[in-house]
Write a protein that binds this ligand. Sequence first.
Ligand code: 5RP
Length: 218
Amino acid sequence: MFDTLKKSVAISAINYVPKNSIIGIGSGSTINFFIKELSTISSYIRGVVPSSSMSEDLLKQFNIPIVDLNTLTSLDIYIDSADQINHSLEMIKGGGGALTREKIIASVSKKFLCIVDKSKYVKKFDNFPIPVEVIPISLNSVSREVVKLGGIPKYRKNFITDNGNYVIDMYDLCTNNSIYLEKYINNIPGVVSVGLFCVRKADLVLVSYSNRIDKISL
Ligand code: 5RP
């Protein structure tokens, strides 16, 4: 059922792609549906900045031009899904491990459009594990800091990010002060980035239900 909802929200996001633009896109199964849909209008856009090698490979399969972020100063829109998005439009992302590039591309985008199925739109984050990408030698030192914060760190086995790093999934962290938590974790030596997207949150979210798509902005 969720695949149907992911597909329907991905299709509706096509209306937000400006003509003649270069857009940023995220990673994951929802974005895979979006890329397939984007291929039907690829002649209307100039290219895409992808946030992962997986998205890049799929874009290439559909002959959609890839653009290097270093050749641009900004993007009109970044379109991505999330693991959870709360009613303040803050997100937990990185279930697929592409959080760092996602955060970079989102940071230079004028608008962040988040597209999710109804299961991911929550009033408050409800204990979904928060991923953190770390430099390999800092796996244990960062894990100890997570424990000090009251969390339970779990090393994501057999997983290396596109940047050659490890991921720790942090369980049971209190997210009441989400912006403080994001900044605090980002400052732990060895952390590349944390999957809390609260400082740069979404501007708009599309949420798919079986009979409708809701559009929510603050
Ligand atoms: C990848 C992400 C994805 O947006 C998130 O994991 C949702 O994925 P899916 O669309 O497969 O449910 O943050 O790093």
